[in-house]
Design a protein around this ligand. Structure first.
Ligand code: SAH
Length: 259
């Protein structure tokens, strides 16, 4: 049976965040003007609580993040909803944070960098995206603003449940949380326009390559020959797979099986 063809980029029928216009700082205007009132959950950070998120975005721009859709997506998600109460004052710092079960939420600039790589060469929203390693659900929430559908798999049941809890209030109908071993991908949702891993393995599993749509990209931390970890991008083209090995990173290990 032949699979229906699936474009790596879905036609943009609807853009939840509306048209994005850049202001002089290169930030999407919608972020810079903060049109929304401060939601109750933000008040935990104090009355000026939009400021930390704003500062995070400005820091990302200084660090070289330039994709307006990625900046808008990061600006749309309240990172403090995903971290422990004890860590609230660090929610928007440029640091990874513990999320329980020995796992961590990545630094905002690493999340931004990976999402920029995932979106390279794509106008508008991505189609279906597979995320391996839901963790606390933060990146899945950011992805929900960049993709038509997000399938996010977590192997630790406690984290899968925590992510479900964290995301409940945001009501993101295009995010599908799955409990399972992401090493085998999720064939039912394939082919994917993009696959992103938040955990680093020895190599990119063949299942991910098989489940990637033509034209799509995988972004995954992967072990290098020197025993370090680097960001690896695999671009599936008609001419074959193009591999790029980029900067060194430090992600938690990709493990098989459930926990
Ligand atoms: N994107 C996450 C980051 C979580 S850290 C966030 O925003 O919070 C990486 C996660 O990958 C951990 O929760 C870890 O349990 C998970 N993981 C590791 N190997 C996995 C596998 N084979 N399948 C699914 N999840 C896996």
């Amino acid at each position: 049976m032949q699979r229906p063809r699936f474009p790596a980029v879905m036609p943009q029928t609807q853009n939840r965040s509306g048209p994005v216009q850049k202001n002089t700082q290169g930030l999407p205007a919608k972020i810079a003007t903060s049109p929304k009132p401060v939601p109750a959950s933000n008040q935990a950070l104090g009355p000026g609580s939009l400021a930390p998120r704003q500062r995070m975005l400005q820091r990302l721009v200084v660090q070289g993040v330039s994709d307006p859709l990625v900046l808008a997506a990061l600006g749309a998600v309240e990172r403090q909803q995903f971290v422990d109460t004890a860590l609230l004052n660090q929610a928007y710092e440029d640091t990874s944070l513990p999320i329980g079960f020995g796992q961590t939420i990545s630094k905002p600039n690493v999340v931004a960098r990976m999402l920029e790589l995932l979106r390279a060469g794509v106008n508008g929203r991505l189609g279906r995206v597979l995320e391996i390693g839901t963790g606390c659900g933060y990146q899945a929430a950011v992805l929900s603003h960049l993709a038509s559908e997000v399938y996010s798999i977590e192997r630790v049941r406690g984290l899968h449940e925590r992510a479900r809890e964290n995301l409940r209030a945001s009501r993101l109908p295009n995010v599908h949380l799955l409990f399972g071993d992401g090493m085998v991908g999720f064939a039912k949702g394939a082919p994917y326009a993009a696959i992103i891993s938040a955990a680093g393995g020895d190599a990119v599993p063949q299942a991910w390559i098989d489940q990637l749509a033509m034209g799509g990209r995988i972004v995954a931390p992967t072990a290098t020959a020197g025993g370090q970890q680097a960001l690896v991008v695999i671009h599936k083209t008609l001419q074959g797979l193009q591999h790029s090995v980029l900067e060194a990173v430090q992600f938690v290990p990709l493990k098989s099986g459930l926990a």
